[in-house]
Write a protein that binds this ligand. Structure first.
Ligand code: TYM
Length: 338
Protein backbone atom coordinates (compact mmCIF):
# COMPACT_ATOMS: atom_id res chain seq x y z
CA UNK A 1 0.00 0.00 0.00
CA UNK A 2 1.30 3.47 -0.92
CA UNK A 3 2.03 5.72 2.08
CA UNK A 4 -0.41 8.52 2.77
CA UNK A 5 1.36 11.86 2.84
CA UNK A 6 0.86 14.33 5.68
CA UNK A 7 2.32 17.81 5.28
CA UNK A 8 2.12 21.00 7.23
CA UNK A 9 4.09 24.23 7.68
CA UNK A 10 4.38 27.11 10.14
CA UNK A 11 5.82 30.50 9.23
CA UNK A 12 8.94 31.56 11.18
CA UNK A 13 7.62 34.97 12.17
CA UNK A 14 7.76 34.59 15.95
CA UNK A 15 7.93 32.04 18.71
CA UNK A 16 5.34 29.35 18.07
CA UNK A 17 2.21 29.77 20.18
CA UNK A 18 -0.60 27.69 21.66
CA UNK A 19 -2.72 28.21 18.51
CA UNK A 20 0.03 26.68 16.35
CA UNK A 21 0.32 23.77 18.74
CA UNK A 22 -3.37 22.89 18.79
CA UNK A 23 -4.15 23.84 15.18
CA UNK A 24 -1.19 22.23 13.42
CA UNK A 25 1.46 20.56 15.57
CA UNK A 26 -0.71 18.33 17.74
CA UNK A 27 -2.69 16.77 14.87
CA UNK A 28 0.51 16.30 12.87
CA UNK A 29 2.10 14.44 15.79
CA UNK A 30 -0.96 12.18 16.04
CA UNK A 31 -0.91 11.39 12.33
CA UNK A 32 2.84 10.84 12.26
CA UNK A 33 2.41 7.93 14.68
CA UNK A 34 -0.08 6.11 12.46
CA UNK A 35 1.15 3.32 10.16
CA UNK A 36 1.74 4.05 6.47
CA UNK A 37 2.09 7.78 6.94
CA UNK A 38 4.90 9.84 5.45
CA UNK A 39 5.04 13.12 7.34
CA UNK A 40 6.62 16.39 6.23
CA UNK A 41 6.95 19.44 8.41
CA UNK A 42 8.42 22.46 6.70
CA UNK A 43 9.20 26.08 7.48
CA UNK A 44 7.69 28.41 4.85
CA UNK A 45 10.34 31.11 5.19
CA UNK A 46 9.55 32.72 1.83
CA UNK A 47 5.90 32.95 2.86
CA UNK A 48 7.10 34.82 5.95
CA UNK A 49 8.72 37.43 3.72
CA UNK A 50 5.29 38.72 2.70
CA UNK A 51 5.13 40.62 5.98
CA UNK A 52 8.30 39.86 7.95
CA UNK A 53 11.61 41.40 6.99
CA UNK A 54 14.05 40.81 9.80
CA UNK A 55 17.04 38.68 8.70
CA UNK A 56 18.40 37.72 12.15
CA UNK A 57 15.02 36.87 13.55
CA UNK A 58 14.06 34.81 10.49
CA UNK A 59 16.95 32.46 11.19
CA UNK A 60 16.29 32.32 14.94
CA UNK A 61 12.57 31.66 14.49
CA UNK A 62 13.25 28.97 11.88
CA UNK A 63 15.37 27.02 14.35
CA UNK A 64 12.84 27.84 17.06
CA UNK A 65 10.00 26.33 15.04
CA UNK A 66 11.93 23.13 14.38
CA UNK A 67 13.06 22.83 18.01
CA UNK A 68 9.51 23.47 19.24
CA UNK A 69 8.02 20.74 17.09
CA UNK A 70 10.68 18.22 18.05
CA UNK A 71 10.35 19.06 21.75
CA UNK A 72 6.58 18.57 21.54
CA UNK A 73 6.94 15.14 19.93
CA UNK A 74 7.58 15.30 16.18
CA UNK A 75 10.38 12.79 15.86
CA UNK A 76 12.98 13.77 13.20
CA UNK A 77 13.74 10.09 12.59
CA UNK A 78 10.15 9.72 11.34
CA UNK A 79 9.26 13.19 10.15
CA UNK A 80 11.02 15.04 7.35
CA UNK A 81 11.81 18.63 8.38
CA UNK A 82 12.88 21.17 5.78
CA UNK A 83 12.96 24.84 4.92
CA UNK A 84 10.87 25.95 1.97
CA UNK A 85 13.81 27.98 0.62
CA UNK A 86 15.99 24.84 0.51
CA UNK A 87 13.62 23.20 -1.99
CA UNK A 88 13.80 25.48 -5.05
CA UNK A 89 11.49 23.20 -7.05
CA UNK A 90 8.60 24.79 -5.18
CA UNK A 91 9.22 28.14 -6.87
CA UNK A 92 9.10 26.65 -10.35
CA UNK A 93 5.83 24.94 -9.50
CA UNK A 94 4.61 28.23 -8.03
CA UNK A 95 5.05 29.88 -11.43
CA UNK A 96 3.38 27.03 -13.25
CA UNK A 97 0.38 27.09 -10.93
CA UNK A 98 0.19 30.87 -11.22
CA UNK A 99 -0.48 30.35 -14.92
CA UNK A 100 -3.52 28.26 -13.98
CA UNK A 101 -4.83 30.62 -11.30
CA UNK A 102 -7.61 32.96 -12.43
CA UNK A 103 -7.14 36.42 -11.00
CA UNK A 104 -10.65 36.23 -9.52
CA UNK A 105 -9.56 33.32 -7.35
CA UNK A 106 -6.86 35.48 -5.79
CA UNK A 107 -9.27 38.43 -5.46
CA UNK A 108 -11.41 36.26 -3.20
CA UNK A 109 -8.53 35.08 -0.98
CA UNK A 110 -8.92 36.30 2.58
CA UNK A 111 -5.20 36.59 3.52
CA UNK A 112 -4.85 39.85 1.66
CA UNK A 113 -8.45 40.99 2.11
CA UNK A 114 -7.95 41.10 5.86
CA UNK A 115 -5.55 44.00 5.43
CA UNK A 116 -7.23 47.28 6.15
CA UNK A 117 -5.81 49.07 3.15
CA UNK A 118 -5.38 46.74 0.16
CA UNK A 119 -3.44 49.34 -1.84
CA UNK A 120 -0.73 50.19 0.65
CA UNK A 121 -0.59 47.09 2.90
CA UNK A 122 -0.65 44.39 0.25
CA UNK A 123 2.40 43.34 -1.75
CA UNK A 124 2.16 40.88 -4.64
CA UNK A 125 3.70 38.15 -2.46
CA UNK A 126 0.77 38.40 -0.10
CA UNK A 127 -1.72 38.66 -2.95
CA UNK A 128 -0.48 35.46 -4.59
CA UNK A 129 0.27 33.74 -1.27
CA UNK A 130 -2.27 30.91 -1.85
CA UNK A 131 -0.48 29.86 -5.06
CA UNK A 132 2.86 29.31 -3.31
CA UNK A 133 1.01 27.44 -0.61
CA UNK A 134 -0.64 25.23 -3.24
CA UNK A 135 2.82 24.58 -4.69
CA UNK A 136 4.12 23.51 -1.23
CA UNK A 137 1.26 21.07 -0.88
CA UNK A 138 1.02 19.66 -4.40
CA UNK A 139 4.76 19.24 -4.88
CA UNK A 140 4.91 16.58 -2.17
CA UNK A 141 1.64 14.79 -3.18
CA UNK A 142 0.10 15.64 0.17
CA UNK A 143 -3.07 13.76 1.09
CA UNK A 144 -3.61 15.36 4.48
CA UNK A 145 -2.79 18.88 5.57
CA UNK A 146 -3.38 19.49 9.30
CA UNK A 147 -4.11 23.19 9.73
CA UNK A 148 -6.20 25.57 11.80
CA UNK A 149 -9.52 26.85 10.58
CA UNK A 150 -7.97 30.02 9.13
CA UNK A 151 -6.19 28.00 6.42
CA UNK A 152 -9.27 26.24 5.08
CA UNK A 153 -9.71 28.60 2.14
CA UNK A 154 -6.06 28.11 1.13
CA UNK A 155 -6.60 24.36 1.07
CA UNK A 156 -9.68 24.78 -1.11
CA UNK A 157 -7.61 26.86 -3.54
CA UNK A 158 -4.89 24.18 -3.62
CA UNK A 159 -7.51 21.51 -4.38
CA UNK A 160 -9.09 23.70 -7.01
CA UNK A 161 -5.77 24.31 -8.79
CA UNK A 162 -4.87 20.61 -8.66
CA UNK A 163 -8.26 19.68 -10.13
CA UNK A 164 -8.06 22.30 -12.89
CA UNK A 165 -4.60 21.14 -13.94
CA UNK A 166 -5.47 17.42 -13.84
CA UNK A 167 -8.66 17.99 -15.83
CA UNK A 168 -7.06 20.21 -18.45
CA UNK A 169 -4.29 17.68 -19.19
CA UNK A 170 -6.31 14.53 -18.40
CA UNK A 171 -3.69 13.49 -15.90
CA UNK A 172 -3.46 12.46 -12.27
CA UNK A 173 -0.16 14.21 -11.69
CA UNK A 174 -1.48 16.12 -8.68
CA UNK A 175 -3.01 14.48 -5.63
CA UNK A 176 -6.07 16.34 -4.33
CA UNK A 177 -5.23 17.40 -0.76
CA UNK A 178 -7.64 17.40 2.18
CA UNK A 179 -7.49 19.90 5.02
CA UNK A 180 -7.48 18.29 8.41
CA UNK A 181 -9.09 20.90 10.60
CA UNK A 182 -8.67 20.08 14.26
CA UNK A 183 -11.41 20.17 16.89
CA UNK A 184 -14.26 20.90 14.52
CA UNK A 185 -12.82 24.17 13.41
CA UNK A 186 -12.05 25.76 16.77
CA UNK A 187 -10.00 28.92 16.51
CA UNK A 188 -7.77 29.21 19.57
CA UNK A 189 -8.36 32.56 21.27
CA UNK A 190 -5.54 34.86 22.33
CA UNK A 191 -5.08 37.14 25.34
CA UNK A 192 -7.76 39.58 24.15
CA UNK A 193 -10.26 36.89 23.11
CA UNK A 194 -9.66 37.39 19.36
CA UNK A 195 -7.96 34.64 17.35
CA UNK A 196 -4.49 33.98 18.81
CA UNK A 197 -2.20 35.41 16.17
CA UNK A 198 1.28 36.91 15.93
CA UNK A 199 -0.19 39.81 13.97
CA UNK A 200 -2.57 40.69 16.83
CA UNK A 201 0.26 40.56 19.43
CA UNK A 202 -1.98 38.46 21.66
CA UNK A 203 -0.15 35.14 21.66
CA UNK A 204 1.02 32.83 24.42
CA UNK A 205 4.33 31.36 23.19
CA UNK A 206 4.49 27.63 23.93
CA UNK A 207 7.94 27.84 25.47
CA UNK A 208 7.80 31.20 27.19
CA UNK A 209 9.83 30.99 30.41
CA UNK A 210 7.54 30.14 33.38
CA UNK A 211 7.47 33.64 34.88
CA UNK A 212 6.59 35.14 31.47
CA UNK A 213 3.98 32.45 30.85
CA UNK A 214 2.37 33.29 34.21
CA UNK A 215 2.37 36.99 33.39
CA UNK A 216 0.71 36.36 30.02
CA UNK A 217 -1.95 34.08 31.51
CA UNK A 218 -2.71 36.78 34.07
CA UNK A 219 -3.18 39.23 31.18
CA UNK A 220 -6.01 37.23 29.62
CA UNK A 221 -9.08 39.44 29.34
CA UNK A 222 -12.00 38.51 31.61
CA UNK A 223 -15.46 40.01 31.96
CA UNK A 224 -16.57 42.24 34.80
CA UNK A 225 -18.81 39.75 36.61
CA UNK A 226 -18.73 40.10 40.40
CA UNK A 227 -15.94 38.44 42.30
CA UNK A 228 -17.97 35.42 43.53
CA UNK A 229 -20.62 35.38 40.76
CA UNK A 230 -21.20 32.29 38.65
CA UNK A 231 -18.88 32.49 35.61
CA UNK A 232 -19.83 31.62 32.04
CA UNK A 233 -17.59 28.98 30.45
CA UNK A 234 -18.74 29.73 26.89
CA UNK A 235 -17.38 33.26 26.85
CA UNK A 236 -14.30 32.65 28.99
CA UNK A 237 -10.97 32.57 27.13
CA UNK A 238 -9.39 31.01 30.22
CA UNK A 239 -11.84 28.12 30.10
CA UNK A 240 -11.53 27.69 26.34
CA UNK A 241 -7.77 27.39 26.65
CA UNK A 242 -7.97 25.18 29.72
CA UNK A 243 -10.20 22.61 28.02
CA UNK A 244 -7.75 22.24 25.14
CA UNK A 245 -5.02 20.95 27.43
CA UNK A 246 -6.87 19.30 30.32
CA UNK A 247 -8.17 15.79 30.88
CA UNK A 248 -11.99 15.45 30.84
CA UNK A 249 -11.95 15.17 34.63
CA UNK A 250 -9.87 18.33 35.09
CA UNK A 251 -12.24 20.12 32.75
CA UNK A 252 -15.35 18.98 34.68
CA UNK A 253 -13.73 20.14 37.95
CA UNK A 254 -13.04 23.60 36.58
CA UNK A 255 -16.55 23.77 35.09
CA UNK A 256 -17.98 23.09 38.54
CA UNK A 257 -15.80 25.82 40.02
CA UNK A 258 -17.08 28.24 37.36
CA UNK A 259 -20.65 27.39 38.38
CA UNK A 260 -19.77 27.98 42.03
CA UNK A 261 -18.34 31.40 41.25
CA UNK A 262 -14.59 30.93 40.91
CA UNK A 263 -12.51 34.08 41.37
CA UNK A 264 -10.78 35.03 38.07
CA UNK A 265 -7.38 35.02 39.76
CA UNK A 266 -7.87 31.35 40.74
CA UNK A 267 -9.03 30.42 37.24
CA UNK A 268 -5.89 32.00 35.82
CA UNK A 269 -3.72 30.22 38.36
CA UNK A 270 -5.36 26.91 37.35
CA UNK A 271 -4.61 27.54 33.67
CA UNK A 272 -1.03 28.56 34.37
CA UNK A 273 -0.37 25.42 36.49
CA UNK A 274 -1.92 23.17 33.87
CA UNK A 275 0.24 24.62 31.08
CA UNK A 276 3.39 24.85 33.13
CA UNK A 277 3.11 21.21 34.30
CA UNK A 278 2.68 19.99 30.73
CA UNK A 279 5.38 22.17 29.27
CA UNK A 280 8.14 21.84 31.86
CA UNK A 281 9.74 18.74 30.30
CA UNK A 282 9.37 19.78 26.65
CA UNK A 283 10.61 23.30 27.49
CA UNK A 284 13.87 21.91 28.89
CA UNK A 285 14.28 19.78 25.75
CA UNK A 286 13.53 22.80 23.54
CA UNK A 287 16.23 24.82 25.30
CA UNK A 288 18.78 22.03 24.81
CA UNK A 289 17.92 21.88 21.11
CA UNK A 290 18.18 25.65 20.74
CA UNK A 291 21.68 25.47 22.23
CA UNK A 292 22.67 23.21 19.33
CA UNK A 293 21.85 25.04 16.08
CA UNK A 294 24.27 22.80 14.13
CA UNK A 295 22.09 19.81 14.96
CA UNK A 296 18.95 21.68 13.88
CA UNK A 297 20.63 22.73 10.64
CA UNK A 298 21.66 19.11 9.99
CA UNK A 299 18.07 17.96 10.46
CA UNK A 300 16.90 20.62 8.01
CA UNK A 301 19.53 19.76 5.41
CA UNK A 302 18.85 16.01 5.58
CA UNK A 303 15.14 16.78 5.27
CA UNK A 304 15.69 19.10 2.31
CA UNK A 305 17.55 16.44 0.37
CA UNK A 306 14.73 13.92 0.97
CA UNK A 307 12.10 16.50 0.06
CA UNK A 308 13.98 17.46 -3.11
CA UNK A 309 14.00 13.85 -4.28
CA UNK A 310 10.21 13.79 -4.26
CA UNK A 311 9.93 17.37 -5.51
CA UNK A 312 12.16 16.84 -8.53
CA UNK A 313 10.16 13.79 -9.61
CA UNK A 314 6.90 15.70 -9.33
CA UNK A 315 8.31 18.57 -11.35
CA UNK A 316 9.65 16.25 -14.00
CA UNK A 317 6.14 14.83 -14.50
CA UNK A 318 4.59 18.29 -14.51
CA UNK A 319 7.07 19.58 -17.09
CA UNK A 320 6.51 16.54 -19.26
CA UNK A 321 2.75 17.07 -19.03
CA UNK A 322 3.14 20.71 -20.07
CA UNK A 323 5.47 19.92 -22.94
CA UNK A 324 8.32 21.83 -21.35
CA UNK A 325 11.65 20.30 -22.39
CA UNK A 326 9.88 17.40 -24.09
CA UNK A 327 11.52 18.08 -27.44
CA UNK A 328 15.03 17.80 -26.07
CA UNK A 329 14.16 14.47 -24.54
CA UNK A 330 12.66 12.97 -27.70
CA UNK A 331 15.70 13.93 -29.74
CA UNK A 332 18.12 12.86 -27.06
CA UNK A 333 18.18 9.38 -25.63
CA UNK A 334 14.59 8.63 -26.67
CA UNK A 335 11.57 9.83 -24.78
CA UNK A 336 10.21 7.94 -21.88
CA UNK A 337 7.35 9.21 -19.80
CA UNK A 338 8.62 10.10 -16.30
P1 TYM B 1 0.77 30.18 10.18
O1 TYM B 1 2.24 30.24 10.34
O2 TYM B 1 -0.01 31.44 10.28
O3 TYM B 1 0.13 29.19 11.24
C1 TYM B 1 0.61 27.87 11.35
C2 TYM B 1 -0.50 26.92 11.71
O4 TYM B 1 -1.08 27.24 12.97
C3 TYM B 1 -2.49 27.38 12.84
N1 TYM B 1 -2.97 28.43 13.73
C4 TYM B 1 -4.06 28.32 14.50
N2 TYM B 1 -4.91 27.30 14.68
C5 TYM B 1 -5.94 27.51 15.55
N3 TYM B 1 -6.11 28.67 16.25
C6 TYM B 1 -5.25 29.70 16.11
N4 TYM B 1 -5.40 30.82 16.81
C7 TYM B 1 -4.16 29.56 15.19
N5 TYM B 1 -3.14 30.36 14.78
C8 TYM B 1 -2.42 29.65 13.88
C9 TYM B 1 -2.70 27.79 11.38
O5 TYM B 1 -4.01 27.50 10.96
C10 TYM B 1 -1.65 26.96 10.69
O6 TYM B 1 -2.12 25.64 10.47
N6 TYM B 1 -0.23 29.65 5.39
C11 TYM B 1 0.30 28.95 6.53
C12 TYM B 1 1.71 28.40 6.33
C13 TYM B 1 1.86 27.50 5.15
C14 TYM B 1 1.35 26.19 5.03
C15 TYM B 1 1.74 25.74 3.74
C16 TYM B 1 0.61 25.38 5.88
C17 TYM B 1 2.50 27.80 4.00
N7 TYM B 1 2.46 26.73 3.14
C18 TYM B 1 1.38 24.45 3.27
C19 TYM B 1 0.26 24.12 5.42
C20 TYM B 1 0.64 23.67 4.14
C21 TYM B 1 0.30 29.93 7.67
O7 TYM B 1 0.30 31.10 7.51
O8 TYM B 1 0.40 29.38 8.86
Amino acid sequence: MRDQVVLTGIKPTGMLHLGNWVGAIRPTIELSHKPNMKTYFFIPDYHALTNFKSPDKLCEYTYGAVATCIALGLDPSQVVFYRQSDVPEVFELNWILACFSPKGLMDRAHAYKMKSNPNSDVNMGLYTYPILMAADILLMHSNWVPVGNDQQQHLEIARDLARRFNQQYRTDVFTLPEALISLAGVVIPGLDGRKMSKSYHNTIPIFAPPEHLRKLVFHIATNSSGIHDQKDIETSTIFQLYQLFSTPKQMEDLKRQYQNGIVWKDAKEALFSLLDDQLRGPRAYYETLMDNPQKLERILQEGASQAREVASKTLERVRYTLGINQKRKTHGNGSSRP
